[in-house]
Design a protein around this ligand. Structure first.
Ligand code: PLP
Length: 387
């Protein structure tokens, strides 16, 4: 049976070149990077090399990079770190209604602890209006956190404009760039951000490793306490092989990013054009142009996303109904509800995400089989019968 992976936004395979770069750091060069001896020092050197590669990629300084265990930790670190460093200055945080749970859950937790959080709304394409952010800022605002691009519907936010507003008002600005780093430009200077999260497994690096960029001078409390790794900013023995893998993955991304994005945009637009031609009553979610090169998200009326996923899986096609982290919950996605979809339509949504090893024939295979699956499921749907 064919196996077609169209779920690159959930995670990517680790590039074989990344695995090759990581391999020596499991046995041959296994030393603890904090050790003084040569075993430790060769591991430390590898980490500092990866830090330099990542810093250059982001247009940052190496000392502004903190390696973490992934996107979730980086997001939690940014929110809790700034909230607790600045709690005497103010207790107000602004974020959006469509953030990943790695942001919205810490934000809700901070609310319980006495902070005030404004969840700014988005329009029906998932876009935030920077004017709404401007209006929400008060004298008590200490942090704005808005994701660079949404993981479900792919909408890319006007980060640079929001960053200007934050700077004018003297408020720190964080962006969750987990879906964009390694895929589109994420230069911190152009984005006007003070903090930025990324995660290696979204750009062909290993799972369980990421980074938080923290602009020099930004006040932030430690999130993990213990040893003095990462210049005392993040305790725990370094994940040397993971960090080396992240560095290699970023190096590959800087070489391939533009070409890959152009290829994915072509396949993405083919799907966006052909799906409504072949299937009636489908609606594109997300912004028509300001969207991730690899993201296609359609609501297919009268059927459940989960039944479509199972039927696609039987044909070897891997897709998603939204965020992999919540795919076990039966609640419709908060992102789809935030763009104004009614529950029953939000339930019938599918995300296809392309990546480094996607092929035109994968897209053609999907286009060949999706209409028959939809037809079969609609024939069984009471909602469709009633129509
Ligand atoms: N933020 C966004 C936008 C994501 O898509 C994800 C992962 O799906 C995360 C954060 C969490 O990253 P990680 O899986 O590395 O913890």
């Amino acid at each position: 049976m064919k196996r077609i992976y169209l779920d690159y936004s959930a995670t990517t395979p680790t590039d074989p070149e990344v695995i090759k770069a990581m391999e020596p750091y499991f046995f041959e060069k296994f030393g603890n990077p904090s050790s003084i001896h040569s075993f430790g020092q060769e591991a430390k050197k590898a980490i500092e090399d990866a830090r330099e590669i990542l810093a250059k990629f982001l247009g940052a300084k190496p000392e502004e990079i903190i390696f973490t265990s992934g996107g979730t930790e980086s997001d939690n670190f940014a929110l809790f770190g700034v909230a607790y460093a600045l709690e005497k200055k103010g207790n107000h945080i602004i974020t959006s209604a469509i953030e990943h749970h790695a942001i919205s859950e810490p934000a809700k937790f901070l609310e319980k602890k006495g902070f005030k959080v404004t969840f700014v709304k988005v329009d029906k394409t998932g876009l935030i209006d920077p004017a709404d952010i401007k209006k929400a800022v008060t004298d008590k605002t200490i942090l704005i956190s808005v994701m660079h691009a949404n993981n479900e519907i792919g909408t890319i936010q006007p980060i640079s404009e929001i960053g200007k507003i934050a700077r004018e008002r003297g408020v720190y600005f964080h962006t969750d760039a987990v879906q964009t780093a390694g895929h589109i430009l994420t230069k911190v200077g152009e984005l006007n951000v003070d903090l930025l999260s990324l995660s290696a497994h979204k750009f062909y690096g290993p799972k369980g490793v990421g980074a938080l960029y923290v602009r020099k001078g930004t006040r932030i409390e430690n999130f993990l306490r213990g040893g003095d790794q990462e210049r005392g900013k993040r305790a725990s023995t370094h994940n040397t092989s993971g960090i080396v893998g992240l560095g290699k993955a970023i190096e590959l991304a800087s070489e391939k990013m533009e070409e890959e994005a152009n290829f994915q945009i072509r396949l993405r637009d083919k799907l966006i054009k052909e799906i409504p031609r072949k299937i009636p009553e489908v609606y594109l979610n997300g912004h028509p142009t300001k969207r991730l090169p690899n993201n296609v998200n359609y609501s297919i009326k009268y059927i459940e996303g989960e039944s479509m996923l199972l039927n696609l899986d039987m044909l070897g096609i891997a897709a998603s109904t939204g965020s992999a982290c919540t795919s076990t919950s039966l609640e419709p996605s908060h992102v789809l509800l935030a763009i104004g979809l009614p529950h029953e339509i939000a339930h019938g949504s599918l995300r296809f995400s392309l990546g480094r090893w996607s092929k035109e024939e994968d897209v053609d295979y999907l286009l060949e089989h999706l209409p028959e699956i939809v037809e079969k499921l609609r024939a069984m749907s009471p909602l469709y019968q009633k129509k």
